[in-house]
Design a protein around this ligand. Structure first.
Ligand SMILES: Cc1cc2nc3c(=O)[nH]c(=O)nc-3n(C[C@H](O)[C@H](O)[C@H](O)COP(=O)(O)OP(=O)(O)OC[C@H]3O[C@@H](n4cnc5c(N)ncnc54)[C@H](O)[C@@H]3O)c2cc1C
Length: 301
């Protein structure tokens, strides 16, 4: 049994671990891969790196720092979580772990729709992050693939700087809360945001994205395509503990605690600004709150 188990070894999970281990609590972190940093190239907007830093280096440094302080860092994939006999039970692809507190820091789910050209043009006009990459498409036409609130909110990060932003729903209706967000933006004066419901067959361009081809034969000129499908997969896990609302979103208090005692969340999986700085801050808050909770129940593994 560990005091703290953290799902996710990205900036949020590792930051949380630094706080729990330094507060004297045994801490285990697991992550199946590099998460969002695995898709990023350079990080130029994080405090303290005069020349920026590669995403890979930032990820590795984070883990090394945590291990130096005594955190156990695993590479197991979490398949299920539950609570029984006073402990969280975490089932991974390698076995079962038990913990007194659990911090979910599993990042945002970035589902890639099965559209030809998306994978090939990743980093060459295809992006997963409007706030990170929107800057590169100033005064250009861009598309956002997705039909949920996340897609519209990504689109709204782009409208102030891009010439025209088209949300491609891929043959689906825009979800109700996404529609609401879009209508509110239009009411508030956003004029360059459009919705296209036709299915997308291909994204083309060489060497950079040039257009999106629709299944009905039409095409849309675009310099950038942002993928914003689905919502954070963390909600699937949170639901298992009753920490997600009926809309699937994590219900959180200010200290990143959920309504389930001992269960916290941090980073991209909690929504809002999907950036390293916010993930690290969330992790610090969640880690501190987990330590406070452990002290309040007066137990130590
Ligand atoms: C292309 C791109 C460019 C970006 N550029 C920037 C930038 O320039 N500046 C900036 O500040 N931010 C940037 N970001 C965003 C930044 O990478 C994220 O905000 C940050 O990494 C979020 O940290 P996190 O710890 O919440 O999640 P992540 O870094 O996504 O980490 C999630 C962790 O959870 C693990 N995980 C998920 N599910 C499971 C499971 N079931 N079992 C076990 N482990 C699991 C993953 O393997 C991973 O270890 C960029 C993102 C992308 C995609």
């Amino acid at each position: 049994m560990t005091d703290v188990f953290i799902i996710g070894k990205g900036p949020a999970g590792i930051s949380a671990a630094l706080y729990t281990i330094r507060a004297g609590f045994s801490t285990t972190v697991t992550g199946k891969d590099m998460g969002a940093l695995g898709k990023a190239d350079r990080i130029d907007n994080y405090y303290g790196f005069a020349e920026g830093i590669t995403a890979g280096e930032l990820f590795e440094n984070g883990i090394k720092g945590a291990e130096r302080l005594g955190v156990t860092v695993l590479s197991e994939e979490v398949l299920d979580i539950g609570f029984a006999d006073g402990a969280f039970k975490i089932t991974t692809d390698r076995g079962l772990h038990e913990a007194r507190t659990l911090i979910l820091a599993s990042g945002a789910s970035r589902k890639v729709p099965p559209v030809k050209g998306l994978k090939e043009l990743e980093g060459r006009g295809v992006s997963y992050c409007a706030v990170c990459d929107g800057f590169f498409f100033r005064q250009k036409d861009v598309c956002v693939i997705g039909n949920g609130r996340y897609a519209v909110s990504e689109a709204l990060h782009l409208t102030p700087t891009s010439a025209k932003v088209t949300v491609l729903t891929g043959g689906r209706e825009l979800e109700a809360d996404a529609k609401e967000l879009l209508e509110e933006a239009v009411k508030n004066g956003t004029e360059n945001l459009f919705v296209e419901n036709a299915k997308v067959s291909e994204v083309t361009g060489d060497p950079m994205v040039e257009r999106v081809v629709l299944e009905d034969g039409r095409s849309i000129e675009a310099s950038g395509v942002f993928i914003a499908e689905g919502t954070a997969s963390a909600t699937d896990l949170a639901r298992k503990l009753g920490a997600a609302g009926p809309d699937g979103k994590l219900m959180l208090n200010e200290d990143m605690s959920t309504f389930v005692p001992g269960f916290f969340a941090a980073g991209d999986c909690t929504g809002g600004l999907l950036q390293v700085a916010k993930a690290v801050a969330d992790g610090a808050i969640a880690g501190t709150a987990a330590g406070k909770y452990l002290r309040s129940i007066g137990k130590k593994a």
